[in-house]
Design a protein around this ligand. Structure first.
Ligand code: DGL
Length: 326
């Protein structure tokens, strides 16, 4: 069997974290560099050859365009390289879903691109980072992975970028997919897909851009003061994602603020603060000019809205189609 040639792009996170003791809970993410990480991986005897690059070595709460731009470029280089069969990105788990979705929307589906992290630092008892990495190698070595867009591998499961979300802060079983659960099961030696690829050879849906327009997330709660909403949704925002209660709902007084902002040209998307919060269109969305986020959570709805605005899309019906897409 020929070895898969995998490009590994490291950005930091707990998968590269160190606590200084096998038992401590507190630790620093982004301590091990890619050279040291791949030397630890070597001991696993995986059927793959690795080319490692350090993009950053930080906690993912600090990830943004300074990491996304070189990461996106490095992935495009790997996709164009005939010597590369697949790409793995190591990443902190806190914002992993946002990076995965941004890449999913801005990369072609030509080779496997897999994001992976860990919930326990590299010197902790029960470190999950090597297991997750070995699973990611299994997925990134499978040509069939490419036609499923950008993937996330955590806890022996494969998730599509659009579905994946972090749902726990402690357990190694910290990720879930919604509305599709996982789209495959993986171990270092076996991979079972649930269903056929649906995006084979698809081109990038959006151009990657560094300067995305300002979009704020408005977190709705009981007894919300409309003046607070007015202050949060300043005049420089191009868009607002509502993390609404229930199915993207908000108090009438706050809705009035957003209708005003919409009339001034600001794009308004209704998402939900509920974990599995599917938000469908409601009759008032038409006259209000609002968009329903469907199954995207607020942080992912924000990324899609930013890319739409950057592309010059302003028509709510056109935006709605992008939110409806799978
Ligand atoms: N600060 C977190 C981050 O890099 C560490 C959490 C993790 O990677 O699991 O996202």
């Amino acid at each position: 069997m020929t070895k898969a040639r995998i490009t590994v792009l490291a950005t930091g996170g707990t998968i590269a974290g160190i606590a200084g003791s096998a038992l401590r809970h507190d630790y620093r993410p982004g301590q091990i560099d890619i050279v040291e990480y791949l030397s630890r991986v070597e001991g696993l005897g995986l059927e793959a050859e690795f080319a490692g690059h350090q993009i950053a070595n930080i906690g993912s709460e600090d990830v943004g365009p300074k990491v996304w731009a070189p990461l996106h470029e490095a992935i495009l280089t790997a996709l164009a390289d005939p010597e590369c069969d697949g790409v793995i990105v190591t990443h902190g788990t806190d914002t992993l879903e946002e990076t995965a979705f941004l890449l999913d929307l801005t990369l072609p589906c030509t080779k496997p691109v897999v994001l992976v992290g860990a919930m326990r630092p590299a010197d902790a008892v029960g470190y999950d980072g090597l297991r997750n990495f070995a699973n990611a190698v299994r997925v990134a070595s499978d040509a069939e992975a490419a036609g499923r867009g950008v993937l996330v591998v955590m806890g022996d499961r494969v998730f599509a970028a659009r579905d994946v979300r972090k749902v726990r802060t402690r357990s190694t079983d910290a990720f879930r997919g919604y509305p599709r659960g996982s789209i495959g099961l993986v171990t270092p030696s076996a991979l079972d897909w649930f269903g056929a690829p649906w995006r084979t050879d698809e081109v990038a849906r959006f151009a990657y851009r560094d300067n995305l327009p300002l979009v704020v997330i408005l977190y709705v709660h009981a007894n919300m003061d409309p003046d607070l909403a007015r202050r949060i949704v300043g005049t420089d925002q191009r868009g607002v994602v509502i993390a609404g209660v229930g199915e993207g709902n908000l108090p009438d007084s706050v809705r009035e603020v957003l209708i005003e902002r919409r009339k001034a040209g600001v794009a308004i998307v209704r998402a939900s603060r509920v974990d599995e919060g599917l938000v469908d269109r409601e009759p008032e969305d038409d006259p209000n000019g609002f968009v329903a986020a469907r199954a995207l959570n607020p942080q992912k709805a924000r990324i899609l809205l930013q890319l739409l605005l950057a592309d010059g899309v302003s028509e709510p019906a056109v935006m709605q189609r992008a939110f409806d897409e799978r």
